[in-house]
Ligand binder design. Sequence first.
Ligand SMILES: Nc1ncnc2c1ncn2[C@@H]1O[C@H](COP(=O)(O)OP(=O)(O)OP(=O)(O)O)[C@@H](O)[C@H]1O
Ligand code: SF4
Ligand SMILES: [Mg+2]
Length: 326
Amino acid sequence: MSPLLDVRDLSVGFKIFEGYLSVLNGVELTLGEGERVGLVGETGCGKTTTVKSILRVLPMPPARIAGGEIFYRGKDILKMKRREVQTLRRMELTAIFQDPLMSLNPVFTVGTQLRDIVKDSLGASGKKLTKKQITARCIEALKETGMPDPERIMSNYPIQLSGGMRQRVCIAEALSTTAQLLLADEPTTNLDVTIQDQILRKLDELVEEKNTSVLMITHSLGVVMDLTQRLYIMYAGTMVEEGQTEELFASPLHPYSQGLMKSVPKLTGEGVSDGIPGRIPNYLDPPAGCRFHPRCEHTMPICQTEKPPLFNVENGRHVACFLYRS
Ligand SMILES: Nc1ncnc2c1ncn2[C@@H]1O[C@H](COP(=O)(O)OP(=O)(O)OP(=O)(O)O)[C@@H](O)[C@H]1O
Ligand code: SF4
Ligand SMILES: [Mg+2]
């Protein structure tokens, strides 16, 4: 059976004043129906760029899709007409971003936006509710996120809310949709620590109930462990390893993953300097071959000239490293 989402050899860059930033370099990612998949990697490795490419919300220019395909239910999102993408975003895909202003419409109140989502989801399921019942459902969804004073918030515009409140609105939207795929990009960064766990559990329940597929991006390896079954490790715009979350944690194979796991429990914005010396490369002039080679203690001559593909290792593990070439 073909996967729900299948990202193949995706390359994306940004044209800036100084030149061309070659950020995503042949990203591979698949996600099955009802599956929960994690994506981790240090800051700037291209996680958000991947999500925005899937949703087709990258600003073009400066962004440019240099190659690849993004299949959703077998259809290439990159080739869809604008209308089709809008329908997909309304009915099938939902996202929670690090910066929630990205996904909220500044000219409509929170209430208008939430009510539209609830109406769409009712339309899809063939149910009918009165206006009052729809409003009550929106308020309930806001309450579930721990939003203070949800009745009042309904008549506010996104700009009138704090970062944490906006993130709660996005989560309430995600809780109210019928979407089949949730792209959660640091869904709780703007929330107090006390509510983070509660919200993640709530999202988890929802996903379980509706059999929603999830791509979870987070800096917290604890969250990844708890909430995902399969995991991708990303480095400098490429997937370097993929496998069952538990197995990957127990025995990371790629030299970068090994360094990353040493930096547990938290991947901070400072990178992974505890585990691996050096920094993520400059995308204006990234290293040829394996992008990790300047930081890798196992570098071989081939690593400097050829990009390692994802080799199929034992138990369906995939590792992009010439050490695992059979
Ligand atoms: N609009 C843009 N214009 C120019 N460069 C961009 C743009 N958006 C992203 N980039 C660059 O692409 C690279 C990857 O950024 P991205 O936001 O995808 O990283 P990330 O993995 O999500 O990091 P973080 O963990 O900090 O959120 C960075 O070097 C960033 O500066
Ligand atoms: S391909 Fe080479 S440089 Fe890259 S991680 Fe493997 S050994 Fe290190
Ligand atoms: Mg990001």
